[in-house]
Design a protein around this ligand. Structure first.
Ligand code: NAD
Length: 391
């Protein structure tokens, strides 16, 4: 079987799905690799490096889709809501597609994918089990985004992060608040800590407290009932509006005392909760910065403009999306390893293993034979359950 890597086409996307180093690992599993010419260039992986490792270079996108059995991408149609639809006409029945697809985003999009006949695997649906950890692309990308978020904030803030004692006096350290201490939030805390900031963090999941403290940050205790805040997969559960209103009220003071706020709070399949209101932004000192990592999902700050940086009430609001694309070399390196682990588990002796045989394959399988076959996705998008054919 041939695994094909088209060049990413989402505007500003510089990552690539596979890097040269994984080509021999896939070859060992009986998988050849073919890339579109220039696919890895922007991530720092020239065509020649792929060829040295035994991959083929194909002249254009159409050739990759036509000649390969498995197409791997970073942003497939769905996750690429700008020009990803261009690929629908290139896909064919029975071809495998693996990548980010935003499967809980819209019923129309996943149905369009299904109608092409592709067998699509969405990496967002990866189970959070020990065995799937090496394939967990959401975590790899979140970690990189959390790191990059801090660098952008540090670069935007009119202050420095560390405390400095100089002959010209003492500079107090910047105060950074991280709301949402999941994978991205924890990496943001660790990065801001290395730069010398004083960090506070908050999360609805009680389990986050210990992780925050172990990184040397202060956990913000809010008198809120949060016992039921975590689902079986380790994700936050959606709360009602009364809960979010109370949360905003309690967070107000902490936000006002912070020089920078990084928000990462999301709930799978739901719009991100608004945790920082316009009034809270008004209460911050001029020159403060808010970076909203949830911008793509609607934003945690009421004034965030997804994809843009705006200044409101003297506060810079950064709504940059797709931050991991800003660190394309290492983001591609980790993503390629995630995909390689996934593919090696998926294909045995030149054949795709049946979904029933493995929870990783079953959970990530989104479309097959023209249907959206993932029960969790169907339920989340309000699609009727598929009839079970018996006998
Ligand atoms: P995520 O990206 O879905 O959400 C980011 C964070 O926002 C989460 O910590 C969530 O609790 C928080 N959040 C949601 N609503 C909030 C609110 N109203 N206020 C404050 N915070 C809110 O989550 P994630 O980063 O992907 O991971 C969540 C957890 O899963 C983490 O504890 C992580 O360590 C764990 N995890 C486990 C595995 C594994 O077992 N293999 C893999 C990855 C992550």
């Amino acid at each position: 079987m041939i695994v094909g890597v088209p060049k990413e086409i989402y505007p500003g996307e510089r990552r690539v799905a596979l890097t040269p180093v994984v080509v021999p690992m896939l070859a060992k599993a009986g998988l050849e690799v073919a890339i579109e010419a220039g696919a890895g260039t922007e991530a720092g992986y020239p065509d020649a490096q792929y060829q040295d490792k035994g991959a083929k270079v194909l002249p254009d996108r159409a050739a990759v889709f036509a000649q390969c059995d498995i197409i791997v991408q970073v942003l497939c149609y769905g996750a690429n809501d700008k020009n990803g639809a261009n690929d629908l006409g290139l896909m064919r029945r029975g071809q495998l597609l693996v990548g980010f697809m935003r499967p809980l985003g819209s019923a129309e999009t996943v149905q369009q994918l299904a109608q092409t006949g592709v067998t699509a695997f969405a990496v967002e649906l990866m189970p959070r089990t020990t065995r799937a950890q090496s394939m967990d692309a959401l975590s790899s990308m979140a970690s990189i985004a959390g790191y990059k978020a801090v660098l952008i904030v540090a670069n935007t803030l009119p202050r420095i992060f560390p405390m400095l004692t100089t002959a010209a006096g003492t500079i107090t350290p910047s105060r950074v608040l991280v709301i949402g201490a999941g994978v991205a939030g924890l990496q943001a805390i660790a990065t801001a800590k290395r730069l010398g900031a004083v960090i506070s963090a908050y999360d609805v999941r009680p389990a986050a407290k210990e992780q925050v403290q172990s990184l040397g940050a202060r956990f913000v205790e809010l008198p809120l009932e949060t016992q039921d805040a975590q689902d079986a997969r380790g994700y936050a559960k959606a709360q009602d509006e009364a809960f979010y209103a109370k949360q905003r009220e309690l967070l107000g003071r902490v936000v006002a005392e912070s020089d920078a706020v990084i928000t990462t709070a999301v709930v799978p399949g739901k719009k991100a909760p608004v945790l920082v209101t316009a009034d809270m932004v008004k209460g911050m000192a001029p020159g403060s910065v808010i970076l909203d990592l949830a911008a793509e999902r609607g934003g945690n700050c009421e004034l965030t403009k997804p994809g843009e940086t705006v200044v409101q009430h003297g506060v810079t609001l950064i709504g940059t999306i797709n931050l991991a694309a800003g660190v394309p070399h290492h983001a591609s390196q980790t993503y390629a390893r995630n995909l390689t682990s996934f593919l090696v588990n998926l294909v045995k002796d030149g054949k795709v293993r049946p979904a029933e045989s493995d929870d990783i394959i079953r959970d990530t399988l989104l479309t097959q034979n023209g249907e959206v076959v993932n029960a969790r996705v169907r339920e989340s998008l309000g699609m009727p359950a598929l009839a079970v054919v018996s006998g």
